[in-house]
Design a protein around this ligand. Structure first.
Ligand SMILES: Cc1cc2nc3c(=O)[nH]c(=O)nc-3n(C[C@H](O)[C@H](O)[C@H](O)COP(=O)(O)OP(=O)(O)OC[C@H]3O[C@@H](n4cnc5c(N)ncnc54)[C@H](O)[C@@H]3O)c2cc1C
Ligand code: SF4
Length: 464
């Protein structure tokens, strides 16, 4: 009999094989595995897992349906709270959210809530089950800017309440970071992202791609001239940061955003696309977050020897433990307590190496993490032909600088309240990375839900 203290293991591609392809790493549960894992849930009366979920999925209720093999019912329960369950089941940091609160986790391993959510969403897609649309339209027009998790969630919730919603998206494909940032081997684009976007559209949401708000039109024009009664801004945080060290403008230096966008959105990894990327032989990725892991694992799959250079130690790596584990298994090398000081270039201004300095950990800084301090005289050089900077991102100021009366903080994040996403401008709501700076899919979705609540309340009282 299976050990009830342990999760039913999930099948994955062999690390040696997957390091050479872009197929999905994790295979997920089949029916029998899902039902067995669901039977580990003890259906707590005071289910702490729900409080750990930013979109408040009724987790014990959906798991109880999985246990009985009622996957359709399980999907309808999830889709009341989440527009993107197949995405969240794959990329959410469950270990610090729902699973982090699961009562089963006190003595053994928590219930594998994320993998069960993924199973249900995949089952629904394969069996043509869709979320329920609103019974009637209410005739009120709302604009949503950005089709990432925040925008899609806000649009889906408003459509279910009967609003006439149009999403305006700057890129040619909807999905935000889900389509341009997170790689195919973690989140398949056609099979998963495009299908969940279609589910949102099936609720009656319209989308206009290739429209840059702040250039093609403005928020003030949407409100004053185009008949929209409220606007939700979910434009993300897509502006990359750099270190400001010598050589950073050389050929062969990328931001992680550019590198990943070229691969994910422009399909640079596929031979049948005419938008290739430079395939480095030795790639250095600077940074230690999820984005750095994604860039490193992408470069590895494109055939490079890959080093992650990070200024603190392994314990401080901001990436999910699972991502670090997968990166190591596949052969990414970690140069920890190391910081770049200069990018070395050849006579044609191409990257030929990187100068670094060794670090040690000092006293904790404002973030509570121990501050990395340079060790004098420890500088050394590494060969490299490509350097990928993965140091974080901030919101693009285009929207805030073209919208009259919209307040931002000193990091250019839009100021909005947490409960309803209300901004300083009447009728304008905001949420996701545009408000918090780079965060997570599920927090962006939670903010999208909050924005939908705020807009519904605003328009309901205005139109009384
Ligand atoms: C490489 C990478 C890996 C990540 N991995 C994970 C992970 O494993 N788990 C996790 O939970 N989170 C992860 N994240 C973070 C997560 O993806 C983001 O927090 C989340 O996507 C934010 O959602 P959002 O809707 O606020 O913004 P976004 O997803 O950035 O979407 C914003 C959308 O708005 C559009 N837009 C921007 N400006 C305009 C404009 N002026 N007019 C019209 N449209 C505009 C953009 O084109 C984009 O489509 C990762 C991020 C990256 C970059
Ligand atoms: S806390 Fe864990 S065991 Fe309890 S209902 Fe939630 S998933 Fe089930």
């Amino acid at each position: 009999m299976a050990d009830v203290l342990k999760k039913v293991p999930v099948r994955e591609q062999d690390p040696k094989v997957r390091a050479t392809n872009f197929e999905e790493v994790c295979y997920g549960y089949n029916k029998e595995e899902a039902m067995e894992e669901a039977s580990r849930c003890i259906n707590c009366k005071n289910a702490k897992c729900i409080t750990g979920c930013p979109v408040s999925i009724d987790i014990p209720a959906f798991i109880a349906q999985v246990k009985e093999g009622n996957f359709d019912e399980a999907y309808q329960i999830i889709s009341k709270s989440s527009a993107l369950p197949a995405v969240c089941g794959r990329v959410c940091p469950q270990e610090s959210q729902c699973e982090g609160k699961c009562i089963r986790g006190i003595k053994g391993e928590p219930v594998s809530i994320g993998k069960l959510e993924r199973f249900v969403a995949d089952w629904a897609r394969e069996n043509g089950v869709k979320p329920q649309p609103a019974a009637e339209k209410n005739g009120h027009k709302v604009a949503v800017i950005g089709s990432g998790p925040a925008g899609l969630t806000c649009a889906g919730d408003l459509a279910k309440l009967g609003y006439d919603v149009t999403i305006f998206e700057a890129l040619h494909k909807p999905g935000g970071v889900l389509v341009y940032g997170i790689p195919e081997f973690r989140l398949p684009k056609d099979k998963v992202v495009a299908e969940e976007v279609k589910n949102v559209l099936s609720l009656g949401v319209k989308i206009e791609t290739n429209v840059i708000i702040g250039k093609s039109t403005t928020i003030d024009e949407l409100l004053k001239e185009e008949g929209f009664e409220a606007v939700f801004i979910g434009s993300g945080a897509g502006l990359p940061m750099f270190m400001g060290i010598p050589g950073e403008n050389a050929n062969g230096v990328f931001s992680a955003n550019e590198y990943l966008t070229r691969n994910n959105l422009m399909k640079a990894f596929r031979d049948d696309y005419k938008t290739p990327i430079m395939r480095g032989k030795k790639v250095v990725v600077v940074g230690g977050g999820n984005v750095a892991m994604d860039a490193a694992r992408t470069a590895l799959r494109l055939g490079a020897e890959v080093h992650i250079v990070y200024r603190r130690s392994e314990a401080e790596l901001p990436a999910r433990v699972e991502e670090v584990h997968h990166a190591k298994e596949e052969g990414v090398q970690f140069d920890l307590l190391t910081n770049p000081t200069e990018i070395l270039v050849d006579e044609n201004d191409w990257v030929k190496g990187i100068r670094c300095i060794r670090m040690e950990l000092g006293e904790p800084d404002a973030s509570g993490r121990r501050r990395p301090v340079e060790i004098p005289g420890s500088e050394f050089e590494m060969d490299a032909d490509t350097v990928i900077m993965s140091l974080g991102t901030s919101p693009n100021p285009l929207i805030s600088s073209t919208t009259y009366g919209l307040d931002v903080n000193k990091r250019k994040c839009i100021i909005a309240d947490e409960e309803y996403g209300k901004t300083s401008k009447e009728g304008v709501y905001a949420g996701g990375d545009a408000v918090t700076g780079a965060a997570t899919v599920i927090l962006a979705m939670g903010a999208g839900r909050a924005g939908a609540r705020g807009i519904h309340e605003y328009l309901s009282s205005k139109n009384k």
